[in-house]
Design a protein around this ligand. Structure first.
Ligand code: 13P
Length: 252
């Protein structure tokens, strides 16, 4: 069955010292798990320091975005080769903060996904609707468009390294979590769509994470849903105790 993936997105937080301390503390909450993986996505400046801190453990280190080119005139970008060189093996792509604050489009996000995969990184593609889109009945259309466009041109054999994170924009950093029923509905829809776009077994093997105000108090019920395979955690991932409890969820 699918191994769950518990991911911490540190966003624009932590200097080198904070990052190393946090990574060390998180490690204390990570025994060798048979059924789950842990991923940390620190800012670019501390990817190498975090990778060094967790080396020898099973923790996956990720960047928070990635360019599609190996090198070149792309001021402000980070290449997949640089992520790997720093000790990372994954990239978050299409986060709603990139879409909303930095105007990243589905076309750009698709280039990033293909670039990450071409260089053997795990690609965590984030999708999610705004409150207005949900309230006007557009949720499923929005998810379908973001996924169809985000994964255009991705080959079925590359899908083993794709993870989709469903992060409803209205639940990010607001303290409002999607209910387990709302999250399950979106996840089931995404899995069905992947099975239409690729094959049933691709969909069955692909991990779909939920993100948006995941906390120690709601992780267990979310993780008990059949199509929720992990969490992408923002605020609560900056506190080792909270993230430790999230990693050590128990399905109830
Ligand atoms: P919060 O957990 O702070 O709501 O953030 C979610 C998120 O954006 C993770 O990528």
């Amino acid at each position: 069955m699918r191994k769950s993936l518990m991911a911490g997105n540190w966003k624009m937080h932590t200097t080198r010292e904070d990052a190393c301390r946090l990574a060390e503390e998180v490690m204390k909450h990570c025994p060798t798990f048979a059924d789950r993986e842990v991923l940390l996505a620190p800012p670019y400046t501390v990817i190498a320091a975090v990778a060094e801190t967790v080396s020898g453990s099973d923790i996956i280190v990720s960047s928070q975005n990635v360019c599609w080119e190996e090198q070149g005139a792309f001021t402000g970008e980070i290449s997949p080769v640089m992520v790997k060189d720093a000790g990372g093996s994954a990239a978050i792509i299409g986060h709603s903060e990139r879409r909303q604050l930095f105007f990243e489009t589905d076309t750009l996000i698709n280039q990033r996904v293909k670039g990450a995969l071409d260089f053997d990184l795990m690609a965590l593609l984030c999708v999610g609707e705004t409150l207005t889109e949900r309230e006007s009945g557009q949720m499923l259309n929005v998810l379908e468009t973001q996924i169809r466009n985000g994964l255009a041109g991705v080959r079925a054999e590359q899908m083993a390294r794709v993870v989709i994170a469903y992060e409803p924009v209205w639940a990010i950093g607001t303290g409002k979590t999607a209910s387990k029923e709302q999250a399950q509905e979106a996840h089931a829809f995404i899995r069905e769509l992947i099975s239409k776009l690729f094959e049933k077994n691709v969909a069955e093997q692909m991990r779909i994470l939920y993100g948006g105000s995941v906390k120690p108090t709601n992780v267990d019920e979310l993780m008990a849903q059949p199509d929720i395979d992990g969490a992408l955690v923002g605020g609560a991932a900056l506190d080792a105790e909270s993230f430790g409890r999230i990693i050590n969820y128990q399905k109830n």
